[in-house]
Design a protein around this ligand. Structure first.
Ligand SMILES: [Zn+2]
Length: 193
């Protein structure tokens, strides 16, 4: 591991001071605009959450979840990116993917059953097969569009953020971008083990 770490190195940075380099994290081109990335807050980024069951018993006990009501807040990061790499997976794209799946599930099932009927009783198997494959392909495309992380979200992966501790943990895939990021945040960013 060099001075600037590897793609899997976890970088710990002061949340209030984090600043992203003025280049695209994917291709290092000049940025076109800022892309908002929402990261949901974790109770603590330093250790896994401790439950009451963990505290009051030594043996394994059923975990009833956390006792105190949890308000999960989020932190918004603005990341400069080029025009080609600006699109990201959001709640909206996920909703489109899920909606597409639910709308197309029954037609797919219908044509799958039609194919079984064609085989048993004779019918236009080829026609039903083609329609079925088209529906499955469209559904797969919508799911990929909805849920597959975009290149920007693979370039910078947020591993956790905590306002109380003023910490953000992230991984940066591109070596050059990671070097730029660490230089720009050198007084308040470190590579963890
Ligand atoms: Zn780019």
């Amino acid at each position: 591991m060099g001075e600037y770490g590897t793609p899997s190195s976890i970088i710990k940075c002061t949340l209030s001071k984090v600043k992203f380099p003025e280049v695209c994290p994917v291709c290092l081109d000049e940025p076109f605009d800022l892309v908002p990335i929402t990261v949901f807050e974790r109770k603590s980024v330093a250790r896994p959450p401790v439950t009451r069951a963990d505290i009051f018993s030594s043996g394994p006990k059923p975990n009833f979840g956390r006792q105190e009501p949890e308000t999960q807040s989020s932190v918004l990061f603005w990341i400069p990116a080029c025009a080609a790499h600006m699109n990201i997976v959001t709640i909206k794209t996920k909703a489109i993917g899920a909606l597409g799946f639910f709308i197309l599930f029954y037609p797919a099932l219908f044509f799958a059953l039609a194919m079984i009927r064609d085989v048993r009783y004779g019918g236009n198997l080829l026609f039903d097969l083609v329609i079925f494959l088209i529906i499955v392909t469209v559904t797969g495309g919508l799911l990929a569009f909805g849920f597959m992380p975009r290149s920007l979200q693979r370039a910078i992966v947020f591993d956790g953020v905590n306002r109380g501790e003023n910490v953000v943990l992230l991984r940066i895939h591109n070596d050059e971008y990671r070097r730029l990021f660490l230089e720009q945040n050198q007084s308040h960013a470190d590579i963890m083990a």
